[in-house]
Design a protein around this ligand. Structure first.
Ligand code: ME8
Length: 494
């Protein structure tokens, strides 16, 4: 069973911020869930290093563009490390393997490529050609400045792909998500596609076009090819095809057009397999304001994770907002989520049950002789990841966390109702069944949170002598055993 998940590759003209962390964590949660579920996963991320924007930033910083790229790309790799991102590949578009891949893709698309002259507007900040009709007050729709360019260019016959794309969207209703993004793309394609300029000749920071001196690839052709480079393209065609057909691209909503229109058209032209799904997430604001360098309110993941660790942030980003919608980041909201959901609900549940077991010698005597209430909790625990699976497959990460927290709430209520501290004195048989049901539930919760909060889950696995490798472990019955002593999951000091 194959599974392939990707993040966008990030422009290196600026430092990593919470928007980049968001895509990294989303793809990581999905990759981890699939690995627990027994899939052969390939998860790639990386940096998008060519184009006029990066060349300009390097020049501004007074560094050679190669050194600049090395330095900036490393920051994104470091961000992955501190966030506990389990990617299998980190691709840089300046690597040799990528040059070979992008040039091969170009050659495979050659029947749809012709030479002409591009005369029109270009937004360097968005690395995007902007049609005259979309220019408002002399700016691109994103608000970025535009410049008039006129240069000899190669064009891709995108206009020939409108019908084929619409047919693909129709036959594969899950190809683009969420629905708002799908509608936007269908309308865009229905309104008629124009051929796309896919080379630049006014600068040379890009991948040379095979057989056309003086032309480099338009950065988006180069960038989109990263996904197949990571699979080993142009080698291993069978693996490329098998993985692409199970591929989910996680991207931000403003780059949906590139992924849902241009990319499938390029792949169709080259005769390659299209991805299974493209999921466009929303944007974060900070304390109610759009993040911007000039306002100085860009959320930097490095100090944040240094202060609170990766798990609190990873939890917050997917619990606070439905994945696919916009959200607002605030220190207060993060603090509340940590203290209510994590320390109070989850932390206390684990702590009080496991500490209770510990108090009685750390020995846990098991009984599956359940009454109705215990059976109910047990069955919910055993079904937790089964319930999460279709949600994760729709990238409803918020919904998946919601299902876990329903079980956390039920388990807390179960402890309060069952009052094991009283059963100790009155009914030792019932006590065993109550603790067994609770341990089943805590183990399932640990697996449920593991894709989101790997460190926290690892601690719980440790408290319960569980290896924590596969969801299959949830199906094993407990046998009498001794648990090591638990420590608080979310200590106040960090
Ligand atoms: O677009 N909230 O790179 P990029 C959430 N290189 N997400 C945000 C955000 C915010 N405030 N700001 C940015 C590129 N993002 C190309 C991709 S893929 C073949 C090439 C997200 O560094 C944004 O939506 O400008 C995008 O998905 C990602 O950060 C990378 O943006």
């Amino acid at each position: 069973m194959n599974f392939f998940v990707t993040t966008p590759i990030y422009y290196i003209n600026g430092d990593p911020h919470i928007g980049h962390a968001y895509a990294d964590i989303a793809a990581d949660v999905i990759a981890r869930f699939k690995r627990f579920d027994g899939f052969e996963v390939h998860f790639c991320t990386g940096t998008d290093e060519h184009g006029i924007k990066v060349a300009g930033s390097a020049a501004k910083s007074g560094t050679n563009v190669h050194e600049f790229s090395d330095l900036m790309s490393q920051k994104f790799r470091d961000m992955g490390k501190i966030l506990n991102i389990s990617s299998d590949d980190f691709i840089r578009t300046t690597e040799e393997r990528h040059r070979k891949s992008a040039q091969t893709l170009w050659k495979m698309m050659e029947k749809d490529i012709y030479k002409g002259v591009y005369s029109g507007w270009y937004s360097a900040r968005d690395e995007e050609y902007v049609p005259e009709s979309e220019i408002k007050d002399g700016k691109a729709p994103s608000g970025a400045p535009v410049e008039r360019i006129e240069e000899e260019s190669y064009f891709f016959k995108l206009s020939a792909y409108g019908e084929k794309l619409l047919e693909h969207y129709e036959k594969n209703p899950d190809f683009i998500a969420p629905a708002s993004g799908r509608n936007e793309i269908v309308n865009f394609v229905k309104s008629g596609l124009k051929d796309l300029s896919i080379s630049r000749s006014k600068f040379d920071w890009g991948i040379p076009i095979p057989g056309a001196e003086g032309h480099v690839m338009y950065v988006w052709v180069d960038a989109l090819a990263n996904y197949i480079t990571s699979l080993g393209f142009p080698d291993n065609p069978d693996r490329v095809s098998a993985m692409m057909s199970e591929c989910v691209h996680i991207i931000g909503k403003e780059i949906l057009r590139f992924h849902a229109v241009y990319w499938p058209a390029f792949l169709m032209s080259a005769g390659l397999t299209l991805p299974k799904r493209i999921f466009a997430h929303g944007w974060w604001t900070c304390e109610g304001q759009k993040m911007s360098k000039s306002v100085g309110n860009v959320v930097d993941p490095f100090p944040l994770v240094r202060e609170c660790g990766p798990d609190r942030l990873r939890y917050f980003l997917f619990r606070e907002v439905r994945f696919g919608e916009d959200g607002d980041f605030s220190a207060e909201a993060l603090k509340n989520r940590v203290s209510y959901d994590l320390a109070n609900d989850l932390g206390n549940l684990v702590q009080r049950v496991l500490a209770f077991i510990q108090k009685s010698d750390g020995r846990f005597s098991v009984s599956y002789d359940f009454s109705e209430k215990e059976r109910d909790l047990f069955e919910k625990a055993r079904k937790l990841t089964v319930k999460m699976r279709p949600l994760i497959d729709r990238q409803d990460l918020h919904g998946a966390l919601g299902v876990v927290w329903d079980l956390v709430a039920e388990s807390n209520k179960f402890v309060n109702d069952a009052e094991p501290w009283k059963l100790v004195k009155t009914d030792s048989e019932r006590l065993k069944a109550v603790l067994t049901a609770l341990c089943e539930s805590i183990r399932a919760i640990a697996f449920g949170i593991a894709p989101f909060m790997p460190e926290t889950a690892g601690k719980i696995f440790g408290f319960m002598n569980i290896t924590g490798q596969s969801f299959k472990e949830i199906e094993a019955d407990f046998t009498d055993q001794r648990f090591p002593s638990p420590s608080p999951l979310f200590p106040k000091e960090n």
